[in-house]
Design a protein around this ligand. Structure first.
Ligand SMILES: [Ca+2]
Length: 514
């Protein structure tokens, strides 16, 4: 596991990154994450305004809940909270007692099972759908219903293996309008590597539960090799992140790419195995056991159950850019649900009545953390836009954003262009990304990018594109699921590569489309 790491870092680099040298060093070490083992970050002393929120001004928005699990918002700004063991859906408005608005029939709670994830339709004003994922008598299933008639359930997906433990359960609509569901391995670890099993996966489907045509395997499977994912979030670039419970050693925070294999059960934490995607953060299970996940301001927020804290992780472009910082450490006990509300506040739910905690008389609670600085926060939710759409405010650890525009795209209606970017660089290795755009006037069905490395770089791992390298020349063809692009639409392909001496950007970069 241990490796000799040589980190060269100058004061000028630290100055350019506008961060303290100690943090810059940690940032540079963090950049080793891709492909290299790195130790769990030590908790850094909490400071105000972590990730754009002021944790010193957190408020208790609601008390007396029973193991809140899912947390989502209605268009009026109120929250809907699913209670795992009672199967109740509670409506929460800060400062008021929670109101039970529905009880979901057919839920069979027990262990980690019960009423889990909940999501409000993105078009709720038109359709009034509420989506829920729960453990029933014989399986885990995804349904939708109206709050006025929770007994009338449209079953969107059934037959997800259930168990006392590892039921996954987070559901969320992505920025692409698709519905994502995280499942656990249901105690049978081999499920995670079985592409025909719904267990141990992140699934992607249309809002009606059917398979979108651009999924990587022609099924609902979006990524696999997961043990138990309970947190999903997206950054403003549409990149997906997931928190995952490890077994006895390493919990994980992963950057999720379509078709990615995240290693379980062969690999827990970071491994040197090119078949598997490595996590961008690992924690010991005692300091994390991460469940809910949210994103805002260049930062991921992960609720830790056993860790009894809220982990904040600066990220950019699918990589972490600094050390995780713990907030609420030991303050509120076990934390599970995390979401950015339409009011711009960060909402966090405790989970002290789940059988593993030590509940206070007011548990379980919903906490609300105001945005840092600015005007005094409004005490009640409003329908203002979520801050997740705002650009990242955190410093990026990437080296100079090496963007190389492609050579002139070929003429004609079917054309594409590509840009090359170094996402993250460390001694001897780097992570790169190709952004491919349909620059023509007609839809394309496939693309191929070609370039030549100027400094002997070698691709060692890739995703979302088929990379072949011959000498210095690299050819990248689309995968089956990201070849079709409408005019102006774009996609990305990523890779890890080695370098030594220099790591200049290749030019020209050509792109051809059919
Ligand atoms: Ca993993």
């Amino acid at each position: 596991m241990s490796k000799h790491l040589t980190v060269h870092l100058t004061a000028s680099l630290a100055a350019r990154l506008r961060i303290r040298p100690a943090v810059a060093l940690a940032t540079a070490v963090a950049a080793l994450a891709a492909g290299a083992a790195f130790a769990t970050a030590r908790p850094t002393a909490a400071v105000a305004a972590t990730g754009g929120f002021d944790f010193t001004r957190a408020q208790v928005a609601a008390t007396g809940l029973q193991t809140p699990w899912g947390l989502t918002f209605l268009p009026d700004g109120s929250a809907l909270v699913s209670e795992r063991d009672t199967a109740n859906i509670m409506q929460v408005r800060p400062g008021s007692s929670p109101v039970r608005v529905a009880t979901v029939p057919n839920v069979s709670p027990g262990g980690e099972a019960g009423l889990l994830g909940i999501a409000v339709s993105p078009t709720y004003a038109q359709d009034q759908w509420v989506y829920a994922y729960f453990t029933g008598a014989s399986d885990n299933r995804l349904v939708r219903f109206r709050l006025s008639a929770p007994q009338t359930q449209q079953v969107l997906l059934s037959g997800v293996p259930k168990a006392q433990f590892h039921d996954g359960g987070r559901i969320a609509f992505g920025p692409d309008g698709m519905l994502y569901l995280s499942t656990g391995d249901a105690g049978t670890s081999a499920n995670a590597q079985d592409l025909n099993s719904l267990a141990g996966k992140i699934l992607r489907m249309r809002p009606d539960g059917t398979v979108p045509p651009d999924n990587p395997y022609g099924t609902r499977v979006y990524s696999y090799g997961h043990r138990n994912v309970q947190g999903l979030a997206w950054d403003e670039g549409g990149r997906m992140y997931a928190s995952e419970f490890g077994q006895n050693t390493w919990d994980e925070l992963n950057y999720i790419v379509p078709g990615g294999n995240y290693g379980w059960p062969t690999c827990e934490g970071v491994c040197t195995d090119s078949r598997f995607r490595n996590p961008i953060v690992t924690w010991s299970t005692s300091e994390a056991s991460p469940s809910g996940l949210a994103y805002a301001n260049g930062t991921l927020f992960a609720g830790a159950l056993a860790g009894k804290r809220l982990w904040t992780v600066p990220v950019s472009g699918g990589s972490r850019t600094g050390n995780p910082v713990a907030e609420f450490q030991g303050t509120y006990g076990r934390l599970r649900a995390v979401a950015v509300g339409p009011d711009g506040w960060l909402w966090v739910g405790t989970s002290n009545r789940d059988g593993r905690g030590t509940p206070a008389s007011s548990d379980d609670r919903i906490l609300r953390v105001p945005p840092a600085g600015g005007s005094s926060p409004s005490p009640s939710p409003s329908a203002s836009p979520s801050p997740s759409a705002s650009p990242s405010r955190s410093p990026s650890a990437s080296p100079s954003p090496s963007v190389s525009p492609s050579a002139s795209p070929s003429a004609g209606p079917r054309a594409c262009s590509a840009t090359y970017r170094i996402v993250n660089q460390w001694q001897g290795g780097f992570q790169g990304e190709l952004a491919v755009r349909n620059s023509g006037t007609a839809a394309i069905t496939s693309w191929t990018v070609t370039f030549a490395f100027p400094d002997g770089q070698r691709v060692t791992q890739s995703w979302s594109g088929r990379f072949t390298q011959s000498g210095a020349t690299v050819t990248v063809a689309n995968e089956t699921y990201n070849g079709a692009l409408a005019p102006n639409a774009s996609t990305t392909a990523g890779f890890n590569a080695s370098w030594s001496g220099a790591n200049r950007v290749p030019s020209p970069i050509s792109c051809t489309a059919t």
